[in-house]
Design a protein around this ligand. Structure first.
Ligand code: PGA
Length: 246
C-alpha cells in the first residue's frame, strides 16, 4: 500500500483530486466505483473544479454505485444513489447511460445484486475504486465479518454502522436496517484503489486495517493484499488525537 499523509481535510481533498485526475487521464474510459459518505465529498468537489477547468475528460467514464439501502427509491433524500448523483455524476456530467446503479428498491434485491455483478464483469471489473473507511472497518457495506471473496449481496447493517450513518440522516430510526453492497471480491480486484481517511476517530481502525492481521473482522485489512492501493489520510487520522490538539 502507498500511504500519503496530508495536513488536514482540505489538503486531503486536493491530493485526492490530483490522484483522480492522474488516474482518469491515464484511462479516460475508466470504470469507477464511487463511495458516498462524508470523507470523499471534498475530493469530489475539487475534482469537479478541475473538470470545469478542462483538466479531465469525463465523457467516457463509467460510474458504479458502491452500496445502497434496501427499500429506498432513488428520490428518497437518504438514497445513496441520490447522494452519488448530486456529488459525482452531475458535477462531472457523466452520461446516464454510463452509470450503473445497485438497485436497493428492486422487487428482488438478490436479483439486483446478480444484475450488478454481471454489469461489473462485462465492463471488465473496476479500473478505479474510491473508498472510505467505516468506523468498524467496513468497505462499502461489507460489514464485519466479511471474507475477501464475499460477493455483492444483501447485508444487515451492524449497530455501529447504523449509529455512524445516523449523522447523515438525523437519527438512527432514519437509517434502513439492511443494505446492498458491492462485494469484497470486486473491490479487492480493482486495478487502482484510493482509500480516503480523515479525522482522529478513524485512527485506531486505520492502523488495524493497515498493520493488523488480515481478518474478516476488519474487512478493510484485506486491502493489504490488493493491487495498487493508495491510502490518503490526514494527520488527525494517521496520528490520532495527539496531533488534533496541536
Ligand atoms: P465517512 O463514512 O466517510 O462519512 O466517515 C465512511 C464509511 O462509513 O464507509
Amino acid at each position: 500500500m502507498n500511504v500519503i499523509i496530508v495536513d488536514d481535510y482540505e489538503s486531503l481533498s486536493h491530493a485526492g483530486a490530483d490522484w483522480l485526475v492522474e488516474a482518469i487521464n491515464a484511462k479516460p474510459d475508466a470504470t469507477i466505483v464511487v463511495a458516498t459518505g462524508n470523507t470523499p465529498m471534498g475530493v469530489y468537489h475539487e475534482l469537479a473544479r478541475r473538470y470545469s477547468h478542462g483538466l479531465i475528460d469525463t465523457s467516457r467514464l463509467h460510474a458504479f454505485q458502491l452500496d445502497a439501502y434496501i427499500g429506498l427509491a432513488p428520490d428518497d433524500q437518504r438514497s445513496l444513489f441520490g447522494w452519488m448523483h448530486r456529488s459525482f455524476i452531475e458535477p462531472l456530467d457523466i452520461a446516464e447511460t454510463n452509470v450503473v446503479r445497485l438497485v436497493g428498491d428492486a422487487p428482488d434485491p438478490w436479483d439486483a445484486c446478480r444484475i450488478y455483478e454481471i454489469a461489473v464483469r462485462e465492463a471488465g471489473g473496476f479500473d478505479i475504486s474510491i473508498l472510505g473507511l467505516g468506523p468498524n472497518g467496513h468497505l462499502g457495506f461489507n460489514e464485519p465479518p466479511s471474507l475477501p471473496d464475499s460477493p455483492t449481496r444483501v447485508i444487515p447493517l451492524t449497530p455501529e454502522s447504523i449509529a455512524s450513518n445516523a449523522r447523515y440522516w438525523g437519527g438512527e430510526e432514519q437509517v434502513p436496517p439492511q443494505a446492498l453492497t458491492c462485494g469484497m471480491d470486486l473491490l479487492l480486484a480493482a486495478r487502482r484503489t484510493l482509500l480516503l481517511v480523515s479525522g482522529a476517530h478513524k485512527y485506531q481502525i486505520l492502523h488495524r486495517a493497515m498493520e493488523g492481521p488480515q481478518t474478516p473482522d476488519v474487512p478493510a485489512s484485506y486491502l493489504q493484499s490488493a493491487p495498487n492501493v493508495t491510502v490518503l489520510a490526514d494527520r488527525a487520522a494517521w496520528h490520532g488525537l495527539e496531533t488534533q490538539s496541536r
